[in-house]
Design a protein around this ligand. Structure first.
Ligand SMILES: NC(=O)c1ccc[n+]([C@@H]2O[C@H](COP(=O)([O-])OP(=O)(O)OC[C@H]3O[C@@H](n4cnc5c(N)ncnc54)[C@H](O)[C@@H]3O)[C@@H](O)[C@H]2O)c1
Length: 503
């Protein structure tokens, strides 16, 4: 299906000239459109345009834009003080306050002002496109066009259809976003759309590990960054986003899903919101941003002696790293792990080390976390079974250090840190596919471009093995007996039928 993008000659209106509106106006003007920029607050649209001008000037200073192109681009953005001045627009992108009634009122007014063929697009992060459209005479002309912050930089645009949205309108906006240099993905109007839904476990699992006292924020963040390959850990990211905003998104998805335990908000985060510790913007969140020198360090094990001899059994995920580092080792049959000085080092399968050890007749067991890529990972988390003596940690730590990894010893929480987070991200993505929210390819694209994950959760799960991811989830579910951890029915079906999410 090749839909036609709005021609560059078509006038675009942007209403709301705040953070997002100004960015969207810049994107549309960069693509050659004449842009009418309007804000309800007198002077705000002009201020928005000035802000765009300053941003472009920085690009000129860096040699990434010519002064002439800056002038031309700014020249295409016209500030208009009256809503009625938006009448010539063929596309209106709305980026005003996140309130249903206000958005409905503005779109109703625009329907009267603009021609019947105008496309009305909303940049809402959390409101239902269907619900906004319900107030309109022509809901088929309304579509979600969800940019990410900062709009000129972030490549992703979620194109969201409500129940009444004309598929041709969604196609046109999809093509237009592409023509504007963005990577569009399609989503059905459901709580959180793709990114804000599928990303919930990224925060929730970190918060859960913290709540259970297994590790502190700095350690969890370091393991997610250096082990998982994520650009930021959950706590530093929540501090950046602001806990009021992040908690509100979780709460709104939770409420919109009728209290589905999958999206249960965290009491730990609510405490911060209640305290006014909103993160960077208030100076304090999980971290104290007022004093950079006081930044807490990740728990890191002291140097342990390198192992004398190791035996790799089965298909331990550490084997390629052991081979790459040239570490002498024997091979044996058995569970995919590494035996070192009588201690079995196994990848987490979603059970506690304590449970694994019990299942092996109380053998000394240490479990290690998942890595995004073992050959480039800088750190991993380990936990020992309760019945394994503390001294048994040293051989496991020494081995991992010999492989070039820093090691964070954490308490014996099921699924450690990266393992449970990635499994839960994939689970959420699988449910989103199952429920027709979006296609697998679009979900993976959205999560890599919208929140910079190192891999799309479904491609990542396929890399780990869907069967193994399903086992991790089953084990988390069995341990907690909470609906949050129920494996997706589609994931289960793919495992049983040998199917994949990506061809
Ligand atoms: N900030 C983000 O990271 C982000 C990301 C994606 C989507 N969004 C969504 O984009 C929208 C705008 O968010 P923002 O962060 O740019 O907010 P903002 O507060 O920075 O800007 C909103 C602007 O809209 C103006 N406004 C409010 N009501 C208006 C009205 N009735 N008519 C005209 N102008 C009006 C305000 O004066 C303000 O300048 C919201 O729907 C939000 O959910 C925000």
């Amino acid at each position: 299906m090749t839909a036609t993008a709005l021609p560059a000659s078509a006038p675009v209106a942007v209403i709301g000239a705040g953070t997002m509106g100004a960015g969207i106006a810049q994107v549309a003007a960069s693509a050659g459109h004449g842009v009418l920029l309007h804000d309800a607050v007198p002077g705000a649209a002009a201020a928005g345009r000035d802000g765009i001008g300053r941003g472009l000037a920085r690009l000129v200073d860096k040699g990434r834009l010519s002064a002439a192109d800056r002038e031309a681009l700014l020249g295409r953005i016209t500030v208009v003080e009256r809503l009625a001045d938006l009448a010539p627009a063929r596309l209106v992108v709305e980026a005003i306050v996140e309130k249903l009634e206000v958005k409905q009122q503005v779109f109703r007014a625009l329907e009267d002002l603009c021609g019947a063929e105008v496309i009305l697009a909303t940049n809402t992060s959390s409101l239902s496109i269907t619900a906004i459209g319900a107030a309109l005479a022509r809901p088929q002309r309304l579509v979600g066009m969800h940019f990410f912050n900062p709009a000129p930089v972030m490549a992703l645009v979620e194109v969201i259809s409500g129940v009444a949205t004309d598929p041709a309108v969604a196609d046109c906006i999809h093509a237009t976003a592409g023509a504007w240099g963005k990577t569009p993905v399609r989503a059905r109007s459901t709580p959180g759309f793709i990114v804000n839904r599928v990303a919930r476990p990224f925060y929730a699992e970190g918060l859960r590990v913290l709540q259970e006292g297994a590790a502190d924020p700095a350690t969890i963040d370091a393991v997610m960054r250096q082990g998982g390959g994520f650009r930021m850990g959950p706590f530093e990211l929540m501090d950046l986003i602001g806990h009021d905003v992040n908690y509100a998104v979780t709460s709104s998805v939770f409420a919109a899903c009728y209290g589905d335990a999958r999206f249960l908000p965290s009491l730990v985060q609510k405490e911060l919101v209640d305290a006014g510790w909103l993160g960077r913007k208030s100076g304090r969140g999980f971290y104290d941003h007022r004093d950079a020198a006081a930044a807490p360090l990740a728990a890191t094990a002291d140097a342990a002696p390198p192992p004398a001899r190791v035996t790799v059994s089965g298909d331990s995920p550490l084997l390629p790293l052991i081979a790459a580092r040239g570490l002498a080792h024997d091979r044996a049959d058995g569970p995919g792990g590494v035996e070192v000085d009588g201690v079995l080092l196994l990848p987490s399968d979603g059970r506690t080390a304590t449970e694994v050890s019990a299942s092996l007749g109380d053998r000394p067991v240490v479990v290690h976390d998942l890595a995004g890529d073992w050959l480039t990972a800088g750190r991993t988390a380990v936990a020992r079974a309760d019945q394994t003596p503390a001294a048994a940690l040293a051989p496991a730590v020494g081995l991992l250090q010999a492989l070039g990894l820093e090691v964070s010893v954490i308490d014996d929480v099921p699924g450690l840190i990266v393992t449970r987070t990635v499994a839960m991200l994939a689970n959420e993505a699988a449910d989103a596919v199952l429920q027709g929210v979006a296609a697998a390819a679009d979900i993976d694209t959205a999560m890599t471009l919208g929140v910079n994950y190192p891999r799309g959760p479904l491609a990542w799960a396929e890399g780990i093995g869907l069967g193994r991811v399903h086992t991790i989830l089953e084990n988390l579910f069995t341990t907690y007996r909470e609906d949050r951890y129920r494996p997706s029915a589609l994931l289960r079906r793919k495992v049983l039928g040998g199917g994949r999410f990506h061809a």
